[in-house]
Structures are given as C-alpha cells and as structure tokens.
Design a protein around this ligand. Structure first.
Ligand code: GDP
Ligand code: MG
Length: 682
C-alpha cells in the first residue's frame, strides 16, 4: 500500500461514549468482520480479554487493520477509564490522527477532556463524532458547543444529523449538500444519497455558510475564495478542511448513533479524507545517542531503519512487541539495534494484528504499525535503528502510580512464579510497579487505581496460573526535599583484605517536575567514565527506595558535583556506597516532606442530591473548583486527596440512591497535612 493511502488512527473518549461500539461498526462496514459484535452481549471483537467482555469495558488498546475506499486504516480502540491511561498514552504517541467520540447527552465528560489533552501533547490531528443522538435529551448542537467551550477548539459542524428516538431521517452532509440515509434493513450498510429536501434547504445553506466562515478563518485559500465571493465547490471546502485539520486548527464534527448503525460511514470517509497519512505528518526527529543534537527521518521505506516500540504483550506463543515504523523497513530475520541496552536484537516473525489474532507479514515499512516476535530485551519506549547510526526517539510519559496493595500467592510454593509473573506484568504495563521487601519477602504492587490492580490480580490467576491474595488499597505516598543541600561523603573501608575508597560530593534540590532528575557534572579526569553509570544507578536506586518510610522520592534534582578516586583503591562498591550515603545525608539536611496523590474528580448528580454530595465531600478534604447548578443533573468538579476516597463509589451510591456518577484521575501531589502525617509515622 502506498504511504499516502495509510491512516493510523485511534478512537479516544470518556468511558461509555461508544468507542468500542463505533469500532465494531467500522469492522463490519469495512467487511473486516461479517458479524456485528456488541459490547452489551460481550461479543465485541476489540474487547477480547475476558475481563473486558464480562465487564463491558475496554482495558487494553486493541489494534486492527481494515480497508475503506482503497485506503488502509490502522485503527486502535483505546480504554476510557483513567486506570488504563497508559494504553491511551502509548497509542497517541504513535498515531497520526484520532477520532474523539462524545456522548450526545452528556457532552464533554471529564475523561474526554483528559484524553483530548493527551492528544494535544502529541500533536495529533482530530475529528469528532457525537454519538448516541438516538437518546432522549441528546443534542448535536449543544455537544458541538461544549466541545468548543470546554476543549477550546475550533469545532465545526460538517453535518446536520436528523435523528431522534422516533425519527431517523438521516444526516445532511454540508460539504456535498446531500442527505444521507441509513436504512435499517441492511444494518445501515447501504447508504442512500438524496438531495436535501426543500424544507431543509435554507437551514442547510445557512449551516454551510457558517461552516465555510469558520474554516476560512483558519485557511487562507478558502478565505481568498470567500472574500472574492467565488463559488465554493465541495472539493474546495473538503480540501480546506483537510488542510486545517492537519494543521490542528479545526475539528470537524460528525453526528450519529453507532449502536443504531447510523452515521458511521461518513466518519470512515472523513478518516480517509481529512486525517493525515504518514506522509502528511512528515519527518520525525530523533536524538543522536551521546549528543544533544537531533536529526530528521523522513517516512521513507527506502531510508534507514527507525522504529519505536510502544507496547509489549506477554504471550505464551511468543511475546509481542508493537512497533511503529518511522523510516526504512524490517523483515523477519533482520537485526535491529537498541541504543538503550546497546544490543542488537533479531526480529523473529512480523504480524499485523486484528485484536487478538495475528496475520503474518513479510515486511513492515515506514508508516506502518506491526507486532514483532523475538525482541526479547526490548521495552516500551525503546528505539530500533541501525547500529552505525544510533539515535533515540522521544519516549512516552507515564504517570506515577497512586495506589498500592500487598500481594501474596495463595500457596507459598508459587512465590517464585509470582515474582516472575509480576516482572512480566510490570514490563508490559509502565503504570504497574512492584517491590519485594528483601527481608520479609513481602511483595507490594502499585498502580493507577483499584480497578487496575484488581484486573492485574485476575490476570495473575488466569493467565499466569498464580492465584493471589490482594491486600486493602493503600495510598502510594511520595516524599520530596524541602530545601537544597550539599554533602561531601568519603567511604573508606577494608573489605576482603583490601582498601576500598570512594568520595562523592552531591547536591539535592527541589524542582517542580515530578520525575526526579539526575545530573552528572563529574570531570572525567577526576572520576573516570567507568564509574558514572554505577553512580547514576546508585542515585536512582536511592530515589526509588526512599528514606525511613520507604516512599519513592520525587520533585527533586540530584546533582553529582564532584568526586575523588585513588589509584588501586577506588572500586565500584566504594563509589556506589559513597553516593548512597551522600544522598541519605543530603536528604536529612534538606528536610523531607511527605506528599500525597491528589485526585481531580467530576461528579454528575441529580440536583436533589447535590447538598448531600457536597456535605460529604467537605468531610473528605475535598476542594470545589467548578459547579454548574443551572442544569439538572449538576456537574461538580474539584480535587480531593486519594486517601479520602477509597470506597467512594459505595458512599455516593447511598447518598444519591444510585443516581450520581463520578470519575477521578490523578492530578497532583500535595504535602500531607501534619496531623495526617503523624498518623502515618506511627
Ligand atoms: P466505550 O466505553 O466508549 O467503548 O463505549 P461502548 O462502546 O462500550 O458503549 C457503552 C454503552 O453505550 C454500551 O452499552 C453501548 O451499547 C451503548 N451505546 C453505544 N453507542 C450507542 C448509541 O449510539 N446509542 C445508544 N443509545 N447507546 C449506545
Ligand atoms: Mg470500549
């Protein structure tokens, strides 16, 4: 397939907006699947995990490939639940475009906003689909307005959907001035195209003019035509929309009801027509290993190899590594260099994926997304390139874990099997961590939420055959430094009949950025290069294991300023020990603060329960930020410490007779109030 005919796109939205339902319709209309899967009956192809089908939610982002109008669409359906945010993050990192799905009743929900911001971060051009327009109380126009207001984008209606629970007229395509109808007897597969009925013509023309004005304000060529009052044909308007979508200046909005097989194909047309191909996205930048300079790689299959590993999946038939190809090509048996580990890895087989099925392919070219077997040491975020031309692509940013639980195997004989399974799970999921206490052998897992850890617990039992017991959820606290402090530490000791000497001067200082930074400012003449990596690793280890309370240390910069070695006496052991001791003393001097994860919440409740919900929140150290009381249901948003909202779903259910709903997501870390910290210390 010619690169200009490839679209790598994802579907992103809040939970339950209809992402998976839309994906299933896409599979059906593109003839990828002959049966229409449904989320509600647990038969959705894209939700293939047992937990997904049983719960009707998406946990892992599933990929598939389908054909539409002679274009190849590589589609990724992502989870909406914040517990699985890593899946959204890594998908957006490698996609060229996305479809934002919105519920036509609820409008822009909390999690839609979060994934939208994630897509902003990776500069992904988007189109939007307002779903569920068959439901009472839905409104296309209101949802478009809320996309504009809440997301601050130039959302433009490219259709007038004419649909409600009693009437299913069709959608008016404003670009081509056509009425599209989706008769139900073919499950919406045949589309009837008619001219716009006379009684709707004026409204449609007005809406088209509005569309032209909005797009023209972002596109010079269209503006030129508009001010000179030239006739704007469908092709002119479509071309202008395409340019402004790719420039991320406009988001065209479509409407329909995926569940009712209504309005899906125009979205497919739009993927082809408006979203960019890998060629439109253009070259990517990679950093030369061992230098700060970057260089460009064009999306050219004839160029040098450049690919990013964005996901790994453990599989009994061979672990899969998902690759986004940016330049060059790969074939089974090829070698690829991985700068992070300074190793050459060999590609076994290559596949394109269809949810959980694999289809073997002979080549993967620039612009494509494939899965490879055989890359044993490759992790999420690794670059694959040529050894003689080592470069690294920017990785992905994953959030800190916020919640932890103790974990133990049900039978003690499974202890080793558990360690191995945890290692694999942590490799595949960058937002899942585990720590094993060396003295007690007790393991603690941490992740993004109760659901996240519960699902991983199920996987241990089912996929790894290691039944486990999980403890109660606990807050994953962090610690940080209060002030800057500098320490000069000498380590000198007789071990095994010889003297070990090491000396390190280091400084710790507070920083705003949560992920700790380690800066090595050593002089090669004074401390040879061979010691630098062990020194860095020692600092990393100390940051991870924390101080007395054992919480990882964040928001800190560690500067290794200077050191001293003595011929014949300075060993790695000594330099590492000096670093660790220096770090511990510097932390003591600087003063340490305990930090707790703060969650952003959004609650939607019928107005009559608002008072009760607010009263309860104030008892949980909640802070209100936004509240819209003009509407019923009322939406309340703000922040609350994670420690205060364990089991909140039960509480809010009883407060509102089950009618209020809420979502939370990690937002920040704040110092723990002294009276709360006291209780944690004892
Ligand atoms: P996801 O969480 O975004 O993947 O959403 P799903 O596709 O799992 O859908 C969530 C729920 O909404 C399911 O019960 C669907 O049947 C339902 N749903 C999806 N699309 C529509 C629609 O167009 N109209 C109505 N009324 N319900 C829908
Ligand atoms: Mg889903």
């Amino acid at each position: 397939m010619d690169l200009s005919r490839i679209r790598n796109v994802g579907i992103i939205a809040h939970i339950d907006a209809g992402k998976t339902t839309l994906s299933e319709r896409i599979l059906f209309y593109t003839k990828k699947e002959h049966k229409m899967g449904t989320v509600d009956e647990g038969t959705a192809k894209m939700d293939y995990l047992q937990d997904e089908q049983a719960r009707g939610i998406t946990i892992t982002s599933a990929a598939t490939t389908c054909l539409w109008n002679d274009h190849q669409i590589n589609l990724i359906d992502t989870p909406g639940h914040v517990d699985f945010t890593a899946e959204v993050e890594r998908s957006l990192r490698v996609l060229d475009g996305a479809i934002g799905v919105f519920c036509g009743v609820a409008g822009v929900q909390a999690q839609s906003e979060t994934v939208w911001r994630q897509a902003d971060r990776y500069r992904v051009p988007r189109i939007a689909f307002v779903n569920k327009l068959d439901r009472t109380g839905s409104s296309f126009d209101k949802t478009v307005a809320s996309i504009r207001d809440r997301l601050g984008v130039n959302a433009v209606s490219v259709q007038i959907p004419l649909i409600d629970e009693s009437r299913r007229v069709g959608v008016i395509d404003l670009v081509r001035r056509l009425l599209l109808r989706f008769p139900e007897d073919s499950l919406g597969e045949t589309i009837l195209q008619e001219s716009v009925p006379a009684d709707l013509r004026e409204r449609a023309e007005q809406a088209r003019l509005d569309l032209i004005e909005k797009v023209a304000s972002e596109d010079e060529d269209l503006m030129e035509m508009y001010v000179h009052e030239r006739t704007i044909e469908a092709a002119d308007l479509a071309a202008a929309i395409r340019r402004s979508v790719i420039a991320r200046r406009v988001v065209p909005v479509f409407g329909g009801a995926a569940l009712r097989n209504f309005g899906v194909q125009p979205v497919l047309d739009a993927v082809v027509q408006f979203l960019p191909s890998p060629l439109d996205v253009g070259p990517v930048r990679a950093r030369r290993v061992g230098s700060e300079s970057t260089e460009e790689f064009k999306p050219d299959p004839g160029g040098e190899l450049l690919a990013l590993a964005f996901k790994t999946i453990h599989d009994p038939h061979g672990d899969l590594t998902f690759l986004r190809m940016y330049s060059g090509e790969l074939r089974p048996g090829d070698n690829a260099y991985v700068p992070r580990i300074n190793k050459v890895e060999r590609i076994g087989r290559l596949f394109v994926m269809h949810a959980d099925e694999r289809e073997s392919v002979e080549v993967a070219r620039a612009g494509e997304i494939v899965a490879a077997v055989g890359l044993r040491n490759v992790q999420t975020g690794d670059t694959l390139c040529l050894k003689k031309h080592a470069v690294e692509l920017e990785g992905m940013l994953f959030p800190q874990t916020v919640i932890s639980m103790s974990i133990e195997p049900r039978t003690s004989a499974d202890r080793d099997a558990l360690d191995e399974a945890l290692r694999i799970l942590a490799r595949d999921d960058p937002t899942f961590r585990f720590e094993i206490n060396e003295e007690t052998g007790q393991a603690v897992v941490s992740g993004m939420g109760e659901l996240h850890l519960e699902i991983l617990g199920n996987r241990l039992t089912r996929d790894f055959k290691v039944p486990v017991r999980l403890g109660k959820p606990r807050v994953a606290y962090r610690q940080t430094v209060r002030n800057a402090a500098e320490v000069d530490e000498v380590f000198e000791r007789q071990i095994g009949g010889r003297n070990h000497f090491g000396r390190i001067r280091l400084r710790v200082e507070p920083q705003r950025e949560i992920v700790p930074a380690i800066e090595i400012r050593l002089d090669k003449e004074r401390v040879p290069r061979v010691f630098w990596d062990p020194i860095r690793a020692a600092a990393q280890g100390a940051l991870r294991s924390g101080l007395d309370l054992g919480y990882p240390i964040v928001r800190v910069r560690v500067v290794i300023c200077d050191g001293e070695v003595r011929e014949m006496e300075s060993t790695e052991i000594a330099m590492v020990a000096a670093t660790t001791h220096a770090f511990g003393r510097a932390m003591e001097l600087s003063g340490v603060d305990l930090l707790e994860p703060i969650m952003r919440f959004a609650i939607v409740t019928p107005a009559e329960y608002m008072k009760a919900v607010l009263g309860d929140l104030s008892g949980r150290r909640g802070r209100l930020e936004e509240m819209d009381t003009t509407a019923d249901p009322v939406t309340i948003s703000g922040t609350v410490p994670l420690a205060e909202i364990f089991g909140y779903s039960t509480a809010i259910r009883s407060l509102s007779q089950g009618r209020a709903s809420f979502t939370v997501e990690p937002s920040d870390y704040w110092p723990v109030p002294e009276e709360v910290a006291q209780q944690l210390r004892f």
